[in-house]
Structures are given as structure tokens and as C-alpha cells.
Ligand binder design. Structure first.
Ligand code: CO
Length: 140
């Protein structure tokens, strides 16, 4: 068995998620300001969100809006307003990365990896214990 340090598990910034109230307005703004087009758009029913991904090199800006009032994004906007919501770190092995983070003292939100958008496998880790950053581990 190969023992890898958590640093080796990180392969890319997968996405930076920005919570927005009006997805169409945010898409229009990114188009106008950066000439950016939406690369992928998806409603994730289980999370109560609709996301629009704008590609930046091999990473994405993920504009994320709530599709229902009890969605985590709706609660976040209500509490903290629009803005930076979480960072998605791309990893080769979501389960191994989650295990390494928990061993390092992180508090998992997802006890085990689960399906994310774009057919990815993801797990969220609580900002408490991760220096105030909500982290999503993303395996393609
Ligand atoms: Co995400």
C-alpha cells in the first residue's frame, strides 16, 4: 500500500463556488465583464441548487443559486449574503482525501463520498476545523 500525504492528494482547484440570488443576472454579468460563457449548467435536486460553470483553464467558477428556500445556499445567502461559498479541491480519490482530512482534524459534513454534479464524486468538510473555509473534495 502506498502512503500518500494529503498534499499529494490535491490535483487542481476544481471550482470556486459563489452563492448568488439571481443565476441569470450573475451569468450575464460574467459574460459582460469577462466574455465568459457557461460551460455546463445543472440542477442538483438533492442539494436544492442550480449551478452554472464558467471554465477558467482547468478549473471552474461555479455560480450557484438556490432552487428552494431550505437549500444550504438559500440559508447561506440569508445569513451571510451573496459571495464566496466554498472551494472545490480536485482529488484523485475522494474517500482517501476525506480520510486524510479527518485524520488531520477536519470535521466532515458528508461521512462518505456521494454523487456531485457533472458525474463527480464529492464530500464536504465543515469550515469549523478547516480555518473557516467550507471545502468540497471533488473526484472526477
Ligand atoms: Co461545489
Amino acid at each position: 500500500m502506498t502512503v500518500r500525504s494529503p498534499a499529494v492528494l490535491l490535483t487542481e482547484i476544481d471550482h470556486i463556488a459563489i452563492a448568488v440570488r439571481d443565476l441569470e443576472a450573475a451569468i450575464a454579468y460574467y459574460r459582460e465583464a469577462f466574455g465568459a460563457e457557461v460551460h455546463h449548467r445543472e440542477v442538483v435536486d438533492s442539494d436544492g441548487v442550480e449551478e452554472a460553470l464558467i471554465k477558467v483553464a482547468d478549473s471552474y467558477i461555479q455560480l450557484t443559486a438556490a432552487t428552494r428556500p431550505d437549500s444550504p445556499i438559500a440559508k447561506s445567502i440569508e445569513k451571510r449574503g451573496e459571495g464566496l461559498h466554498h472551494i472545490g479541491y480536485r482529488v484523485d480519490d475522494c474517500a482517501a482525501a476525506l480520510e486524510a482530512m479527518v485524520a488531520a482534524g477536519a470535521t466532515p459534513i458528508d461521512a462518505a463520498p456521494r454523487p456531485g454534479s457533472r458525474g463527480t464524486t464529492v464530500a464536504f468538510v465543515h469550515p469549523k476545523g478547516s480555518f473557516g473555509t467550507l471545502i468540497e473534495l471533488v473526484q472526477e
